[in-house]
Design a binder for this molecule. Structure first.
Ligand code: ADP
Ligand code: MG
Length: 156
């Protein structure tokens, strides 16, 4: 699945995040974590998208850009196959060393986890081929182009 979306407001971007979360919540019997790799322009809407995504997972805290924290873990409150949502923001970092130190391999191998990584292109080499890629392009003040690339749909 490759799909281009144009959004004209933060609200529309959050809605798109909600829609993707609904699709992911339908997944059953996955063998490892679901990983979203978010990439693209600063201010492109990655964090905004994840606010909608997190809402649909039943996460009550607001998803923020973690400035000094690179990882945040939330409990998934919606019924389904998942228990944890991890939000990584790799803005300040470059290679995969730091994320590996945080136990990224173990986190991605656990099918109870959903993981979103902002600036995921920086750790592309350690992401598996089933990663759902989401690309954000800044068009103008209010308009964003968001491309969702879901190639190897995890077994469901
Ligand atoms: P990123 O995480 O990619 O750096 P953010 O989601 O933190 O981006 O910031 C996006 C900024 O752009 C927010 O201030 C938001 O209000 C604004 N914005 C304006 N239009 C849109 C849109 N269509 N989609 C998402 N954000 C938008
Ligand atoms: Mg962000």
């Amino acid at each position: 699945m490759k799909k281009d979306h144009i959004t004209n407001s933060p609200k529309e971007t959050r809605k798109l995040g909600e829609f993707l979360a609904e699709e992911i919540l339908k997944i059953r019997n996955n063998k490892k974590a679901i990983v979203l790799g978010l990439q693209g322009d600063l201010g492109g809407g990655k964090t905004t998208f994840l606010q909608g995504f997190g809402k649909t997972l039943g996460i009550r805290q607001k998803i923020l850009s973690p400035t000094f924290v690179i990882m945040k873990k939330f409990p998934v409150k919606k019924k389904g196959s998942f228990e944890n949502f991890y939000h990584f923001d790799y803005y300040r970092l470059s290679g995969p060393k730091e994320i590996l130190k945080l136990g990224f391999k173990e986190i991605t191998s656990d099918p109870l986890n959903i993981i979103a990584v902002e600036w995921a292109d920086k750790i592309k080499k350690i992401l598996f081929k089933e990663t759902v890629w989401i690309k954000f392009r800044f068009i103008n003040d209010k308009k964003r182009k968001i491309t969702i690339l879901w190639k190897n749909l995890p077994k469901n």
